[in-house]
Design a protein around this ligand. Structure first.
Ligand SMILES: Cc1ncc(COP(=O)(O)O)c(C=O)c1O
Length: 501
């Protein structure tokens, strides 16, 4: 090889001109802070137009376009068409809102760019502290363990994985799920989140291993039906190993009777995993003490920081009451990962031994900095505010003869529909799908949808620290006005779009 071509092996991704990067960085910060500050003035959502989507089909760039033009592309193609979940009237799915300081924390994390899998460095200690704070929030004992995840889906997967690998008498870790002869069975309410069903699949248990137990009128699992299913399955030679409890179902925010499920799991010698993606953090409020004070008696609990702690995506967590089981279920030994007596690898137990990931980003920093910024009492007030706002919307719905509440509001979710009377169920479903689409497409508000007892529901899930009382008033009013406009337009054959509400 001709070394003249590579005199100093000087290729790098670092800039030639650091001042140029610094100046652009300052502008980016200014642009982003201004954009967040003025978010209320923009529509909640707008579809990316065709000419923008076409740009996303361009081939990979062969030549450099430089940071200025790349940033212009971001401003032109990406920034104007967000999902909208930072907007005060976004209440779809259970999307969190993020914060300015949380975003800066992600920037700091990206600059440091540590990999938290192994080694002794500050980022690992930050994550360990965040896990300890999480134990305090949910009442878990000191010897419990935990790990930060991308979100509650992977936290749920991790909880079920530890449950599966901890089954006494069957060595799943060595022999796989087949060691149980395809008989492993787990239980949860019919309202259990789809991420748990996916986890069952990933764990090789087969979807039919998950028994969906009916719920009562409050959408809480029927504990007696659950008990009967376990007994029946045992009689048929199956191996029940886990109950999944919901602390806040995705559909309506229902909280399963945790105390009864703790007692049932203990008497049946089953693992109790709680999916508390958002609802677990309601435990911070004394008024939810009665429902959630025994959450820490579960064997594992999954929850998200990116939902009800409002940190930017992604950040979830799983806590496991018996830290040893957590470690046994996930630790691997490899020559290149073995702890050493000195040097970088002489640090604390590698976090990767509690995680499905080896390389792990520094998502703990935004949680750590956010909790330092505000203190936990502020989060108590915000979570309470979101719940009271949901109740306020439920009241507005109940007061309005053209709106119908479809489920109780035990937490922060309101399921309702436009129902002016005189329409059959099929018509109501059709009209409400249109009402929702119009609310979203006109950028007024972004609730999402679900089915409640088979009925199409407009669903408002509130983990939004930017919403104000008037935003809920506007949603209720607009739901009626848009519904009425659709009915009028259908009666007179006039398009609805563009009418003001
Ligand atoms: C009850 C519940 N469980 C699990 C999840 C999955 O969480 P994530 O999207 O953070 O993976 C969600 C998401 O909304 C949820 O509402």
């Amino acid at each position: 090889m001709n070394n003249d071509c590579q005199p100093q092996f000087a290729e790098t991704l670092d800039p030639e001109n650091w001042d140029e990067v610094r100046a652009l960085g300052h502008r980016m910060v200014d642009d982003m802070v201004s954009s967040l500050q003025t978010v209320r003035e923009r529509p909640v959502w707008q579809r990316p137009p065709e000419h923008v989507k076409a740009r996303f089909r361009e081939p990979i760039p062969e030549d450099p376009q430089g940071i200025e033009r790349a940033y212009e592309d971001f401003k032109e193609l990406v920034l104007p068409y967000p999902k909208g979940n930072i907007h005060p009237r976004f209440w779809g799915w259970v999307d969190g809102t993020g914060t300015a300081f949380g975003a800066f924390a992600d920037m700091l994390a990206a600059f440091m760019n540590p990999n938290l899998g192994v080694a002794d460095h500050s980022a690992v200690h930050v994550e360990r502290q965040v896990i300890n704070w999480s134990k305090q929030m949910l009442g878990f004992p000191d010897n419990s363990s935990g790990i930060l995840t991308s979100g509650a889906s992977v936290a749920n997967l991790t909880g079920l994985l530890v449950a599966r690998n901890s089954i006494a008498d069957v060595d799943i870790r060595n022999h796989g799920a087949r060691a149980a002869g395809g008989k492993l069975t787990l239980y949860g309410s019919a309202e259990t989140h789809s991420s748990l069903i996916k986890a069952v699949d990933i764990l090789g248990l087969g979807l039919s291993a998950f028994r969906k137990i009916p719920v009562d009128k409050n959408h809480e699992v029927n504990v007696e039906a659950l008990r009967a299913a376990i007994v029946q399955d045992r009689e048929h030679g199956r191996i029940p190993f886990c109950i999944v409890a919901n602390a806040g179902t995705v559909n309506a925010g229902a909280i399963d009777p945790i105390d009864d499920l703790v007692a049932l799991a203990r008497s049946e010698n089953l693992w109790l995993h709680v999916d508390g993606a958002f609802g677990a953090l309601a435990r911070l409020l004394p008024e939810y003490g009665e429902r959630l004070q025994n959450l820490h008696k579960a064997d594992s609990v999954a929850f998200d920081f990116h939902k009800w702690l409002y940190v930017p995506y992604e950040a979830g967590c799983v806590l496991v009451r018996d830290g040893k089981k957590h470690h046994q279920a996930l630790a691997v030994s490899a020559d290149y990962l073995e702890p050493q007596s000195r040097g970088m690898a002489a640090g604390p137990e590698p976090l990767s031994n509690y995680s499905v990931q080896l390389s792990r980003g520094f998502k703990a920093l935004k949680v750590w900095l956010s909790l330092k910024e505000h203190g936990i009492e502020k989060y108590r007030r915000l979570i309470r505010q979101n719940i009271l706002q949901a109740r306020y919307l439920a009241e507005l719905v109940e007061e309005n003869v053209k709106l119908e509440l479809l489920a109780p509001t035990p937490l922060n979710i309101v399921c309702y529909r436009f129902n002016p009377g005189g329409l059959d169920e099929k018509e109501l479903d059709r009209i409400n799908r249109e009402v929702l689409a119009e609310l979203q497409e006109r950028g007024i508000a972004a609730p999402s949808y679900t089915l409640i007892d088979g009925k199409f529901a407009i669903r408002m899930a509130n983990t939004n620290h930017r919403s104000r009382k008037d935003d809920f008033h506007r949603l209720a009013q607009a739901s009626v006005a848009v519904g009425q406009a659709i009915l009028c337009a259908e009666a007179t054959d006039v398009p609805t779009l563009g009418q003001s509400v």
